[in-house]
Design a protein around this ligand. Sequence first.
Ligand code: BTN
Length: 262
Amino acid sequence: MSGRWGRPLVRLDACESTNDLARLLAASGLPEGATVVARTQTRGRGRQGRVWISPEGGLWASLLLRPAVGAGWGRLALAIAVAVAETIEQAAAVRADIRWPNDVLVAGRKVAGVLLEGVPDAIIAGLGINANVAAEQFPAEVRDRAGSLHALTGRAIPLHPLLDTLLDRCGHWYTVWGNATDAAVREILEAWSDRDAVRGQRVVVHGVSGDLEGIAEGIDGEGALRLRTPEGTVRAIMAGDLVPVAFAQVSGETGRSTPSGV
Ligand code: BTN
């Protein structure tokens, strides 16, 4: 573990959500880099209010960030996603793709997710990696879309080195994000775009103001999804969740109440 990341490192057997603990650490004045990690979470949460199933075997962690300036929330979400993808690539020797904004996929299955939450004077980055979660532990309705590194590679992934790599990669990409120079912005956008899992695909975006269908055309400079609508215009979507259309049609799944966040 290097630098200020993981200092202090709070390790727990179980908690409701590491993000909640990290919030308390933020409120008590702990510095940037403080990290909470738990073997299991009883009320793990994902984006858009979903449940995040967090049994033993996964890496469930929250990092306390105290950015000096807002260098763009959208791009922070992308930078952290790249950090998680690189972590998985290094730890499991597989290619990891990213589905906007920050779902990390291996072989088309979601293996990791990122939940950024703003609190006074801090941002909590909640990171969940399905490292050694068994397929049966995923709820039946997401079993065909969720994956774990163990199930996909046939190898157990040691969690301590995985956390070390995660902290190292998050530290690196957070620094790049904080630089906010043109070159740094380009670096994030390129690293993210190299792993874009849905570019050119027809998708449904479940956004704050309803569902939108179109063709995903990558991201813009702020990290917004470029969505070409059936009318031919390109809309920049800053927040939402994305489901490939084929999936939405087959399962009737809206994605909003999906357990496990996949
Ligand atoms: C998503 O893809 O919906 C985001 C999932 C984020 C899960 C992690 S696990 C550690 C941290 N604590 C939580 O309750 N959630 C995040």
